[in-house]
Design a binder for this molecule. Structure first.
Ligand SMILES: [Zn+2]
Length: 285
């Protein structure tokens, strides 16, 4: 489906003037008649007034639909390489001068109404469904790790145009149908993404387990050898699980008789090691 063509208009009125007051109430009446709800905000600190151009042709993208706003394709007239987020009817809120009414609005075409009526949207993940056949509930997010059982009613697919209406609770029959699928999806994944996520989690936990066992065995082997051979070194030895290496002299570098005694026997040590010496050398195997 292609982008939808329409026209974006900017408005600016000073209602201290009678003519502007009249024009502003006319615009509000017209927008209401067109079914456009006024979206009145600070616009994230910016302005909804885009008014270098009183009106400009725009193309609306239909990949992510909302019931009061749109993303445009890049607008050649504005020489911007990114599109804008525009509203059916936007108004700058809380300007210091309360007489200034400014913002923008879109001509609402039949095509725009139709795409909002004919596109169904999941209230949880926002997935879109179009075409003659669609399920009653979203199938894209049933295995989402964050989806709670009490939020399942949000998966009820509804036209984008209706997305402000409250979500009907599940009927007993819907609940009986969805709950087993939800549990199954949560356990095993129901989408490609969910199955991959679970498969990766399985690998990750296996790897974590193997590393923990490997480290515990290496640490035990090292400590046992030291206690059997040079127990005086136990406090000055440490096993680093992140590198899998044993370190002698980590508290106090070794020298003299202690170092000699270690060097005499360390070839039998069961593991990779580094010996920190008082003269600054590090001896490793
Ligand atoms: Zn969904």
């Amino acid at each position: 489906m292609n982008n939808l063509k329409t026209v974006l208009h900017c408005y600016y009125f000073n209602t201290a003037k009678a003519a502007d007051r009249e024009a502003w109430s006319t615009l509000q009446r017209e927008r209401e008649a067109a079914g456009a709800r006024m979206f009145s905000t600070h616009g994230g600190g910016g302005s909804h007034y885009l008014g270098y151009y009183p009106s400009v042709p725009v193309e609306l993208e239909i990949g992510h639909l909302f019931n009061d706003q749109w993303n445009t394709a890049p607008i050649p007239a504005l020489k911007a390489d990114r599109g804008l987020r525009v509203f059916d009817f936007a108004h700058d809120a809380c300007l210091p001068n309360r007489n200034i009414q400014r913002g923008h609005w879109l001509e609402i075409t039949d095509e725009m109404r139709a795409v909002r009526r004919d596109t169904l949207k999941c209230g949880y993940c926002g997935a879109h469904y179009r075409g003659p056949e669609y399920p009653a509930f979203c199938t894209s997010c049933l295995d989402s790790a964050y989806l709670k059982a009490e939020d399942l009613r949000l998966l009820r697919l509804r036209p984008v145009a209706d997305s402000r209406l409250p979500f009907e609770p599940l009927t007993a029959a819907e609940s009986a149908m969805l709950m087993p699928r939800y549990r199954e999806a949560q356990l095993h994944g129901s989408t490609e993404r969910g199955r991959k996520r679970l498969a990766k989690a399985r690998l990750d936990v296996g790897a974590t387990y193997a590393a923990a066992i490997r480290n515990a065995e290496a640490e035990r082997a090292g400590a046992t050898w030291i206690m059997d051979n040079l127990p005086g070194l136990l406090e000055n030895w440490i096993y680093y699980s992140h590198t899998g290496r044993h370190c002698f002299g980590w508290r106090k570098p070794l020298d003299g008789d202690v170092l000699s005694a270690l060097l005499d026997r360390v070839s039998e040590f069961p593991g990779s090691y580094d010996i920190k010496c008082a003269d600054g050398r590090t001896l490793s195997n």
